[in-house]
Design a protein around this ligand. Structure first.
Ligand SMILES: *[C@@H]1O[C@H](CO)[C@@H](O)[C@H](O)[C@H]1NC(C)=O
Ligand SMILES: *[C@@H]1O[C@H](CO)[C@@H](O)[C@H](O)[C@H]1NC(C)=O
Ligand SMILES: *[C@@H]1O[C@H](CO)[C@@H](O)[C@H](O)[C@H]1NC(C)=O
Length: 358
């Protein structure tokens, strides 16, 4: 009883002191200050500052409902981390990130050697969202060493108005600079992104209930489902209102012939505008390998219920509007396919009946 007043006085002091202390701790203006912000539910990360070489920003384990505002430019100095590392990892539930005034620069040109993720200089992936739900809005991401966003094990996440620009000096040597790689996730919506890169704009490796809406893809390999490997399931995908410019392909589903236990089902690509497509307007293949197509499709991962509606635009002269090579595909429903300019006749093998456009 005797100590009670002292304890009360101490508690009151602590309560009064807490807000000021927390505010200071919740603002990071350097790499070193970021880890200390993780106890806060409102975090401000303010550039300009540089994350030193070989350091990674760890924003996992955030408190549920945390809001993060990123402003200014945060540059990641070139280091020697390989593709099994990520320059930033973010995780937590109901996290809201406002990056409208923020830029992340991965120093890509200092890594780019034309070998991408397949060799040469070690290259870390840029941003991993791991078991994150919530949203990211308006972030600008420049010069990713290799893959830009890896969205992994996320359930209920919306990415809005993100710009990815991997066109720095030596752009042509910046291989495998994927925009968004999605795996083992559900309820992912990507809307209003602008992606300038040198590989897939979207690579949906596995996931359910995925929406990719009103995005602009320039310079890469197109909007891809896959590559599907053993056990990878993609089910329930809506890709609508997208524009694909100066890219190898526009609409693509790629599966390994031997992808046992995998499948692709219920995919709709609608209202897609193309221009300057060099290889395929639409390509659906069950003979994919990272080293190139084999010409020998396999049906270990069936591709079913694929709807294409209003896919229109232009290709360069060596292009082919529609190419399908399947071993086990069914229920393809194509309508309003109007892809002009390519000189190679469309070809659809291993699918019956042949969808319109073939
Ligand atoms: C995204 O950009 C569009 C077009 O500028 C704008 O209308 C919309 O409000 C933005 N969305 C968000 C969540 O900021
Ligand atoms: C197909 O996927 C969409 C999401 O893109 C979903 O809304 C719809 O219910 C799915 N259809 C079936 C038959 O499962
Ligand atoms: C599947 O095929 C690819 C490409 O040919 C090969 O690299 C991989 O080892 C194969 N996987 C299995 C499980 O056979």
């Amino acid at each position: 009883m005797k100590f009670l007043p002292i304890i009360t006085a101490f508690a009151v002091t602590a309560v009064i002191a807490a807000p000021t202390k927390e505010r200071a701790r919740c603002v990071a203006t350097s790499f070193e200050q970021i880890s200390g912000t993780k106890i806060c539910s409102t975090i401000a990360i303010r550039g300009p500052f540089t994350v030193p070489a070989n350091k990674m920003v760890d924003l996992t384990g955030l408190k549920s409902g945390t809001t993060i505002t990123i402003t200014g430019t945060i540059t990641f100095a070139k280091g020697n981390l390989d593709k099994n590392h990520d320059l930033i990892t973010i995780g937590g539930s109901n996290i809201k990130i406002d990056g409208t005034k923020g830029t992340l620069d991965g120093s890509g040109p200092q890594y780019w050697d034309g070998k991408g993720g397949n060799g040469g200089i070690n290259k870390p992936k840029f941003i991993r969202l791991r078991k994150m739900s919530g949203s990211i809005t308006g972030l600008t991401v420049l010069n990713s060493p290799v893959h830009t966003f890896a969205i992994n094990g996320c359930n209920g996440i919306t990415l809005t108005n993100i710009t990815i620009d991997n066109r720095g000096p030596k752009y042509a040597l910046g291989h495998n600079t994927d925009g968004f790689d999605v795996s083992s996730s559900s309820g992912v919506t990507i809307v209003g992104a602008k992606v300038y890169n040198n590989d897939d704009c979207l690579a949906l490796n596995s996931g359910t209930n995925i929406a990719f809406v009103g995005n602009y893809c320039n310079g890469g390999h197109g909007i891809s489902i896959g590559s599907i490997k053993a056990g990878a399931i993609v089910d329930g995908v809506s890709l609508t209102g997208n524009t694909v410019v100066n890219s190898a392909n526009a609409v693509r589903i790629k599966a390994y012939a031997n992808a046992t236990g995998g499948k692709v089902n219920n995919v709709t690509y609608a209202d897609t505008t193309l221009s300057g497509i060099t290889n395929y307007g639409v390509i659906i293949q069950q003979d994919y390998t990272n080293e190139g197509a084999t010409g020998k499709p396999g049906g270990a991962a069936p591709i079913t219920n694929v709807n294409l509606y209003n896919i229109h635009g232009t290709m360069t002269k060596k292009g082919q509007s529609v190419y399908i090579l399947c071993a086990k595909c069914s229920n393809f429903n194509f309508q309003k396919i109007a892809i002009t300019g390519g000189s190679v006749a469309p070809k659809c093998a291993g699918i019956a009946p042949k969808p319109s456009g073939c």
